[in-house]
Write a protein that binds this ligand. Sequence first.
Ligand SMILES: [Zn+2]
Ligand SMILES: [Zn+2]
Length: 298
Amino acid sequence: MMDGGICSYDVDACVTLQQEELAVLESIYPDYVWLDALKTTIRLEIPVELPEGTTVTVQSDTAAARSIISESEWSDGYDDEFSSPPKAHTTLSVLPPVLLDVRLPPTYPHAPPQIRTIHTTYSWLEDDLRVNLEKILAALWVEGEGALYTWLEWIRSGDFLDALHMSATADGKRIVNIPHPTPGLLMPMLQEFNISTQAARVSATSYACQVCSTSVKGARCVVLSCSHVFCRSCLESSWKQCIQEGNVGRVGCLNPACVEDHQEATEEEVRHVVAGEEVAEWKRLRAKRALDTDMLCP
Ligand SMILES: [Zn+2]
Ligand SMILES: [Zn+2]
């Protein structure tokens, strides 16, 4: 055993430090911290917040494999369908939680905290990245200081994505790239989680409608995929009018930046806001526009 082992520190003092650290953590993040009855194993369940307008892409490893395999080998050995690997992207404001099971040894914070497991909901973080994350977390611990708050904040803020080389910035906007074997399966789950998290937050909070500035709460407001919030009635009257005028391109977010970006509503959003007849008309207009575009550029 090394010098400076368990005998060098007063275990009671360490236990007090641990209890203080956990109490602070629980008071700041009551929803993220779970303790077992003996308070020896701590589960941190940390959703990853993304800055507004973050684009998330999910890309299969085929692309990575391709960069290793030379061009000729690739075209010889692989079918055409693999030559453009499936890639999907969307705008998200939150990623599903990173789950950390941590055990604190009796002499923590003088001994390092032990990470028992790291998981991500829907396994969105691949194994090799998870292993890297564990190494980086371990390196963040400073002897004698509590590590849990640092860890939690580092994950919650999404800063760990930079350390794992999963993020980039283009035109001032953040892009997060998630390598995953089955993007087609993962992407809908990420979107679903994003929508349900936003809905839960909206129902707990009041937001100012971007049109009429009224403070709206819960079911009376609509959060679009770009994270902008409107009263349902403001959105409904605007979209109805656009559909009546045949202006399908304006059925979308009313925030000026999104209007400029031509941020259009998804079918789900349209169904959520206007009635069946208008949804049908909106779909007809969209189909017509697609047809017109095809005829312009064959
Ligand atoms: Zn409004
Ligand atoms: Zn918007």
